[in-house]
Design a protein. Structure first.
Length: 242
């Protein structure tokens, strides 16, 4: 706690310090808030990918689904995840969501756009981008929706509109963090509702979220979209838990 206060004070006096290692950042034009060493230690997701969720498969044959997808088939058609959810990205995402360090969006944008280009992902194939909504209570507490910020940063890449009011969180779900894999899926059932089904009917939709763990949250959004007549439903997340 004390170290947090000291670090917060240092940040106020010397804003050009790396948010991870506290080293001074030489380049004042560096908007990321990260030193070069920490920036380059973010692990970008690499093949072989699970064909369904893009989780790195290690030495498994590439045509096989990962263990998570084998256990619970998701409703989305496929998911892309730019980075592996490990340090320093875990801490960065925590700072972004819970300490309002919104400037970190520049780092996340570079990671996602770099991933899109590295693997020539066709995100122009979608008609709409939809960020996973937060429940209004959580949105008030946090002050912003991290998925919406990520989606906004991808507008120039996707060349399709961002629709944040089509889908709503019907109920506030307990945090997924402490739940087992099976509980995560039941926890999300019925969590979302499509407010304007005609807006997604026959449309291909890209769902944007910050983190893919089991895929239960984005799968539930995809299920509602498909029930409303959406065609292709893809997912793009900043990170995936491997
Ligand atoms: Zn650093
Ligand atoms: Zn998978």
């Amino acid at each position: 706690m004390l170290s947090e206060i000291i670090k917060g004070t240092i940040d106020l006096i010397y804003p050009w310090h790396c948010v991870i290692c506290s080293r001074s950042i030489q380049n004042a034009n560096n908007l990321s808030g990260l030193c070069a060493a920490c920036y380059h230690s973010i692990r970008i997701n690499k093949p072989p990918f699970c064909p369904k969720c893009s989780r790195h498969l290690g030495k498994r044959p590439t045509h096989r689904l990962c263990n998570v997808c084998q256990k619970q088939p998701a409703h989305y058609d496929f998911a892309w995840a730019a980075c592996v959810y490990e340090e320093p990205l875990k801490t960065l995402l925590h700072h972004f969501k819970y300490h309002r360090k919104k400037h970190l969006q520049h780092v996340f944008q570079e990671c996602i756009v770099g991933f899109i280009h590295a693997f020539s992902l066709d995100i122009s194939q979608f008609d709409l981008m939809i960020p996973v909504p937060l429940h209004p209570t959580k949105l008030r507490e946090r002050g912003f929706n991290q998925s919406e910020i990520l989606a906004k940063s991808l507008l120039s890449q996707a060349q399709c509109p961002l629709q944040k009011n089509i889908i709503a969180r019907r109920r506030s779900t307990p945090s997924q963090t402490l739940l087992s894999q099976k509980e995560r899926w039941t926890n999300m059932q019925g969590a979302f509702t499509i407010k304007t089904p005609q807006a997604v009917k026959n449309k291909s939709v890209l769902i944007i979220d910050d983190l893919l763990t089991t895929g239960a949250t984005v799968s539930e959004v995809a299920r509602e979209l498909k029930r409303s007549g959406s065609g292709l439903v893809g997912v793009l997340t900043l990170a995936i838990k491997c």
